[in-house]
Design a protein around this ligand. Structure first.
Ligand code: SF4
Length: 354
């Protein structure tokens, strides 16, 4: 193997995030919410927000006829909505996925620097080199990748459908080249037994959850259910009562009888969980054991770059439009559509990724 399988990723520090999305007092937030509502109407725009974004943005999306969801459902909602402009509050690959599926629409994002450690950790050139080295492998990429990486793939998967698709490929005797999340890939490999060559990127939020501290917390709270996103390390996944996508974890809080949940994913998801399951107690899974440190502390620094102020700014200016060269967009649409066709044929849920 010649191509390297991991690349260092610069994680934005708290000061950078605060400069891009400064904290606002209640009056400023109220004024910006009203301005955003007016601009959404005037600009024929709809707001879609990811579960990990600021509660103000999620509330605004719901109040204005937009949508709060995972990335694929954000893109599908955008496709079905009449608005000519879609503002995607999330990270860059989510804006790109919306554009891949909606080439005729204008897709704006509040902050172009809002990215993802999985996307950044899998540059298209290096990934393409690896694909060239292994032409006998079926290329399966996670949704958290750039349009250019998707354009090299045979399949795109979300965390909600990854097991079904990889299991299906294994049954057909296919060997997999998987990218970019090593922990999700490891989980899929263990569950399906597929032959998977894996890229080695990781999510800065989920890789920070600590199994030792989680185990001690679970001992203190034996009545609590542990919910874990599969981008987490294997030792954390091993402690879970439920492993699944963002949509699966939200559904678990609603349907399980437990009154307390320890949640190993970005704490932004608590907003939707509280709304749909009021009265349930939600606790962040620990990101630091004794003496340990965490860089993300259960909240994605790139998701945190989205705020009311930069949302209003892009609605006013039309800046930060997501543009993808048409040959790449059209090629990237193939693995996305293949996944959607598979889901429709099997009637399995595709929702869910970080
Ligand atoms: S939470 Fe992780 S997977 Fe999601 S956008 Fe942030 S870095 Fe990427």
């Amino acid at each position: 193997m010649n191509a390297p399988l991991s690349f260092p990723v610069q994680i934005p520090d708290a000061a950078t995030v605060a400069r891009i999305n400064p904290p606002l007092d209640a009056d400023a937030r109220k004024a910006l919410r009203e301005r955003a509502k007016r601009l959404l109407r005037e600009r024929d725009a709809v707001l879609v927000a990811h579960y990990y974004t600021d509660p103000d943005l999620q509330t605004l999306a719901d109040e204005t006829g937009g949508h709060v969801a995972d990335s694929l459902d954000m893109a599908r909602f955008s496709h079905e909505h009449d608005a000519s402009t879609v503002v995607v509050c999330g990270v860059r690959f989510m804006g790109e996925t919306a554009k891949i599926l909606n080439p005729e629409k204008r897709v704006l994002v509040p902050e172009m620097q809002a990215n993802c450690s999985l996307d950044l950790g899998c540059p298209a050139d290096a990934f393409s080199e690896l694909c060239d080295e292994y032409p006998d492998r079926t290329v399966v990429v996670y949704a958290n990748t750039s349009a250019a990486v998707k354009a090299r793939a045979d399949w795109m998967v979300t965390s909600g459908i990854a097991l079904d698709i990889v299991g299906h490929l294994k049954d057909r005797g296919e060997k997999i080249l998987w990218a970019p999340d090593r922990f999700l890939g490891d989980y899929i490999q263990r569950m399906t037994g597929a032959d998977m060559l894996m890229w080695q990127a990781s999510c800065v939020v989920h890789e920070a959850f600590k199994a030792d501290a989680l185990e001690r917390l679970r001992e203190k709270l034996p009545h609590a259910a542990v919910l874990v996103h599969p981008e987490s390390p294997p030792a954390v996944i091993a402690l879970a009562d439920v492993v699944g996508s963002t949509s699966t974890l939200i559904e678990a809080v609603q349907s399980m009888p437990n009154d307390t949940f320890i949640v190993a994913t970005d704490r932004g998801i608590f907003h939707k969980m509280r709304e749909l399951a009021p009265g349930k107690k939600l606790i962040e899974a620990p990101t630091a054991g004794e003496g340990a440190t965490c860089e993300s502390c259960a909240h994605c620094p790139w998701m945190a770059m989205n705020g009311l102020a930069n949302l209003v700014e892009v609605l006013e200016t039309g800046n930060n439009e997501i543009l993808i060269e048409e040959s790449i967009r059209a090629r990237a649409a193939i693995p996305v559509q293949r996944m959607m066709d598979f889901a429709a044929a099997r009637k399995v849920a595709i929702l869910g990724n970080a």
